[in-house]
Write a protein that binds this ligand. Structure first.
Ligand SMILES: [Zn+2]
Length: 765
């Protein structure tokens, strides 16, 4: 039988790949294709022959594959078919021990089989296909392309899903009874059930899923609470076998609510074990990387482009999505995929990236306020260089082309001329598609279409941004530190050359980081900047664009040492009145609302300035805003929800030796029966109760009094984040609000960094 539709979900089950196709008529069909993962073992021919004689490995065969991406010749390796992904790892561990951890090399052990299936069949998630069920499985005809930017997607039935529990403690826990469940669509409730006993409600829920038959279920906390909770309740009531919420007739699993902690760019992140509703897509917005910023549109784009099943794509880090693209190119070339034993595809510690990044181009900014500065941005400089120069783990210092014409500047590394590297090949589609989306967005008239293109290009940009740092990771399978160093060398050269071209045209470099430049030239017109871009583009063959001229821009200093400029912290206003703010509190997701509001209002005042002189004159009015917020804090009139601070836990609550607020708050949650792990986010409010100085909002009572003075500290330091280069540090600002009465404002201590003495008359009583 033939079907036409889109690949919605796929997973491995009992020797088969199960694929759910969303058909053009809106219905869904379940297809099965026999499929078993194959692992590969390398070693000496004798050792491999020995191995092949072992009981249980009689069916192993010899095949020829490239063991390393840069190999010129194929090697003879042993191929063993296994029942599933877990069996693959199990067998590899056994054989590893048998070979005394030295005889054998293992490949294709830890690539999830749905991904491998897609790579091998030349398919991708949400691809439009024709599927013919034959006696031997499924025969696929792809009628879609990953390269396409104008693809059609099925219309998916989407619901929001939430439950409420009968709380027995202050926070909800697995011991609560189910109170009700709710389906929403477009933020309107479409279905709810709160009557009957708990069994009625759970069975009602099963029925609701069956009748409503959603393709996409959006939750807040489905992975960490909702689905594990439902499974536990059903188990307790003896009806777990009836808890079927997916399209597959298999009940939800009860698993330990124990995700794994791991590092991503120096931060430990926590991802709960995904709750899979087989045949449907569950997107947990609390647990989603991609969809949070770019919507489902961005998630689908990443999923299609990186060949990553949608639910995994939504939860995976950028590095994992990027890796999938590289694995695909390796598989296509018959290159085996080395086993990353126990190692997540992430950084070991934050130090690695910092060290690695030190090689980039940095021009120390002149901190403080500047008039008439223009900004030039290289678009995706690093990935562009990696693609153009063919920089990949196996191409930099390759053994096949020692005399290559292609060399790395300063270092004299040779670069492969013989073949394109796996990293550049993977980046190419991201760069190409992103450029096309940006052009399409500009050309589009329809607002909806514009938004769609924008979300897709933003999702791809996100992956591109990380591609560079990722090349240097120890655990990146096709990266190597040499390739990373080479990329830095090329970027330094490009930026030096660009700076020289600018200086030759009378521009002065004010600041430069990674891929942006800030230049100054008296009375320079827009045309002169555009011309400069054109020259740089022509000479360096790299994409660069003119962002605009600032009326004024403030380059901020580090919090500890006001004379050291900090890389990416600045704010300013373009000539067309558009502000640009980077690296300060308002931009951070974990900033308490009160701080965000105060800083926003201060910025609203400062951005009215047309030049640096007006800016200085407006500082007193901005400080008046600060004063107003301080007063309202001291009045006790700030609602508690504006005071919530969010922090990531870098350790488990019991591992903290210092009484930091996030640890205190986490322990309160644990005491209330909550489960809290390293990597999770914890919210809290600072209170004036001596024994409970930080309380999670979940356990805050009516009698809770917030600690106004500690919030005043936060406000002052956020104001100092804006004004430090102008002579106002947090200590000075704090001294203006000593006690409950406004005090006579002292003069800032450090005159050397104050551009002009701050206006103080305003603060005299
Ligand atoms: Zn070569």
């Amino acid at each position: 039988m033939k079907h036409e539709g889109w690949i919605l979900d796929l997973y491995h089950k009992a020797g088969q790949m199960v694929i759910w196709l969303k058909k053009t008529d809106g219905s869904c069909v379940r297809l099965t294709d026999p499929w078993k993962p194959k692992i590969h073992v390398g070693g000496s021919y004798r050792d491999l022959l020995d191995l092949a004689c072992r009981p249980g490995l009689e069916d192993a065969i010899f095949v020829e594959r490239y063991e390393k991406a840069g190999d010129r010749e194929r090697s003879r390796v042993l191929e063993v078919e296994v029942d599933g992904d877990r069996e693959a790892v199990g067998l590899a561990r056994k054989l590893e021990q048998f070979g005394r951890y030295s005889k054998f090399r293992f490949y294709d052990i830890d690539v999830p089989s749905p991904q491998m299936y897609l790579y091998r069949r030349g398919l991708f998630p949400l691809a439009f296909v024709e599927a013919e069920e034959t006696g031997r499985g499924v025969s696929w005809t792809l009628k879609d392309s990953r390269e396409s930017i104008d693809y059609q997607l099925p219309s998916l039935r989407e619901v929001g899903f939430e439950i409420r529990t009968e709380k027995i403690r202050k926070i909800r826990s697995f011991d609560d009874k189910l109170a009700s469940f709710h389906f929403t669509r477009n933020e309107k409730e479409i279905l709810a059930l709160d009557s009957g006993d708990e069994i009625d409600k759970i069975l009602g829920l099963v029925e609701a899923f069956r009748v409503e038959d959603p393709d996409v279920i959006m939750t807040h906390g489905g992975d960490s609470f909702i689905f594990p909770y439902l499974a536990r309740r059903a188990q307790e009531l003896g009806i777990l076998d009836q808890l079927i919420l997916g399209r597959d007739i298999s009940p939800l699993r009860v698993y330990e609510v124990q995700g794994h902690s791991y590092f991503s760019y120096g931060k430990i992140l926590y991802r709960e074990t995904a709750a899979r509703l087989l045949g449907r897509l569950h997107v947990d917005q609390r647990n989603a990387y991609v969809s949070a910023d770019c919507g489902l549109e961005g998630l689908f784009e990443v999923s299609r482009t990186c060949i990553m099943p949608i639910q995994r794509a939504s939860r995976a880090t950028i590095g994992t999505n990027m890796t999938s693209l590289q694995l695909y190119h390796a598989v296509k070339r018959d290159v085996l995929i080395p086993w990353n034993k126990n190692q997540p595809e992430e950084l070991k510690n934050s130090g690695e990236l910092v060290t690695a990044d030190r090689g980039g181009f940095i021009y120390q900014p002149e901190i403080g306020i500047h008039d008439h500065v223009g900004e030039l941005d290289f678009a995706s400089l690093y990935p562009t260089l990696m693609t153009k120069m063919n920089l990949s783990g196996e191409t930099v210092n390759c053994t096949c082309c020692p005399d290559s014409e292609n060399r790395v500047p300063e270092l004299e590394f040779n670069i492969c001329e013989r073949s394109a590297g796996i990293v550049p090949l993977s980046l190419k589609i991201l760069l190409d598609k992103r450029a096309r989306y940006k052009a399409a967005k500009k050309a589009a008239v329809d607002e909806e279409l514009k938004t769609r293109y924008d979300q897709r290009q933003a999702a791809l940009k996100w992956i591109l941004v990380c591609s560079f740092g990722y090349l240097g990771f120890k655990n990146a399978r096709f990266g190597k530190i040499d390739a990373h160093i080479a990329t830095c060398a090329f970027s330094r050269k490009a930026l030096r050359e660009a700076a020289a071209l600018a200086e030759a045209r009378g521009f002065t470099l004010v600041h430069g980081i990674v891929d942006s430049f800030w230049l100054r030239k008296q009375e320079a017109t827009r045309g002169e900047y555009e011309d400069l871009c054109r020259v740089i583009r022509d000479k360096l063959r790299l994409p660069i664009s003119f962002e605009g001229v600032y009326r004024w821009i403030v380059f901020l200093s580090s919090k500890t040492d006001s004379k050291v400029g900090v890389l990416n912290r600045y704010y300013g206003i373009f000539e067309d009145g558009k502000p640009k703010v980077r690296g300060i509190d308002v931009r951070r997701h974990d900033t308490p609302e009160i701080v965000r509001q105060c800083q926003t209002e201060m910025l609203d005042i400062l951005t009215k300035a047309r030049d640096s002189n007006e800016f200085r004159l407006l500082i007193p009015s901005a400080l008046k805003v600060l004063e107003r917020f301080v007063d309202s804090l001291r009045d006790g009139s700030v609602p508690l929800e504006d005071l919530v601070i969010v922090r990531n836990l870098s350790k488990n609550p019991d591992e903290y030796t210092h009484q930091v607020p996030q640890a205190i708050a986490a322990r309160h949650l644990v005491a209330q029966g909550g489960s809290v792990h390293a990597g999770q986010q914890v919210s809290y409010i600072l209170t004036s109760d001596r024994t409970r100085t930080a309380l999670p909002p979940e356990v805050v009572g009516e009698d809770t009094v917030y600690d106004s003075e500690r919030y005043v500290d936060l406000l002052c330091s956020s104001a100092a984040n804006l004004l430090l280069p102008l002579g106002y540090d947090a200590k000075y600002l704090r001294s203006m609000f000593k006690g409950s009465q406004m005090k006579h404002a002292p003069v800032p201590q450090d005159h050397s960094i104050a551009a002009t003495p701050p206006e103080i008359a305003h603060f005299q009583p």
